[in-house]
Design a protein. Structure first.
Length: 262
């Protein structure tokens, strides 16, 4: 594919949305497309995990289509077009990389991120760091948002000295849940569980682990091991719903040990 491929994609979308175009494509709005944009972004992440260039190429194309789709809708409304989008991001990248396109010095990734945040704060006219935290998208997954808020606080020195402090905070929050979980104060229980999750995200940040991806992998692992329980129960002609927790736990540990051998 030559560099004319992008122009071809823009033309295809214009035709799909134009007179005599596709009824489904013509009916879409920014709002109706939101679930597809989120879905395509996560499919790109899955493709990266697969380490398959062909799948990644396809999924990046699907994500790009969403951007072209939204831009076409905006163009029809007389707001902007795809080339305005490209120009906007080009300007932003140049402006936020003064160490490359200007005279600012930044020798480490940490210095680059600090410059980026300072420039962004100035661009958005934020009067405080708390305001920049509040401006994070509401639709961000909660673990991701917590991570980003903590990063912003850490950049101005509001942080534990090391991971030991973060570990201690997890223990403290766990203790607080244990103190209230038997009560009927559902809001208080929810608050304490939230505090515990926030503290765990802090530990993940210190250990340079993305908590969103870590939880996703843990969930996949749980499904995989539960499937082992279910498969073994079928082999033994047992009804899973009638098995005791002890019986299922034996199979769980069996599956877990088999995984460790590979």
């Amino acid at each position: 594919m030559t560099n004319k491929g992008f122009e071809k994609l823009v033309e295809i979308m214009a035709k799909l949305r134009g007179e005599g175009g596709c009824p489904w494509d013509k009916a879409q709005t920014h709002e109706s497309l939101k679930p597809f944009l989120i879905e395509e972004a996560y499919e790109v992440i899955d493709a990266i995990d697969l380490k398959n260039p062909e799948v990644l190429k396809e999924e990046l194309g699907d994500l790009l289509l969403q951007i072209v789709f939204h831009s076409r809708i905006a163009e029809e409304e007389g707001r902007f077009n795809i080339y305005d989008v490209i120009e906007k991001i080009c300007d932003k990248m140049i402006r936020r990389h003064p160490h490359i396109f200007g005279e600012v010095k930044a020798e480490t990734p940490e210095e680059v991120l600090k410059n980026w945040e300072d420039i962004k704060k100035e661009e958005k006219d934020f009067s405080s760091y708390a305001e920049s935290m509040s401006e994070l998208p509401e639709q961000l997954p909660a673990l991701m948002k917590a991570y980003k808020v903590q990063e912003k606080a850490a950049r101005v020195g509001f942080d534990w000295e090391n991971v030991d402090g973060a570990f201690s905070k997890v223990q403290e929050e766990l203790q607080e849940i244990q103190e209230v979980y038997k009560s009927e104060k559902s809001e208080k229980i929810k608050e304490e569980i939230g505090d515990l999750l926030f503290a765990v995200v802090n530990v993940a940040r210190f250990l340079k682990v993305d908590p969103e991806l870590a939880l996703r992998d843990a969930t996949k692992k749980f499904i995989r091991r539960f499937k082992y329980i279910e498969d073994e129960a079928k082999k033994q002609s047992k009804d899973l719903r009638k098995m005791t927790l002890g019986e299922m736990d034996i199979l769980w540990e069996e599956g877990k040990n088999k995984e460790k051998k590979f």
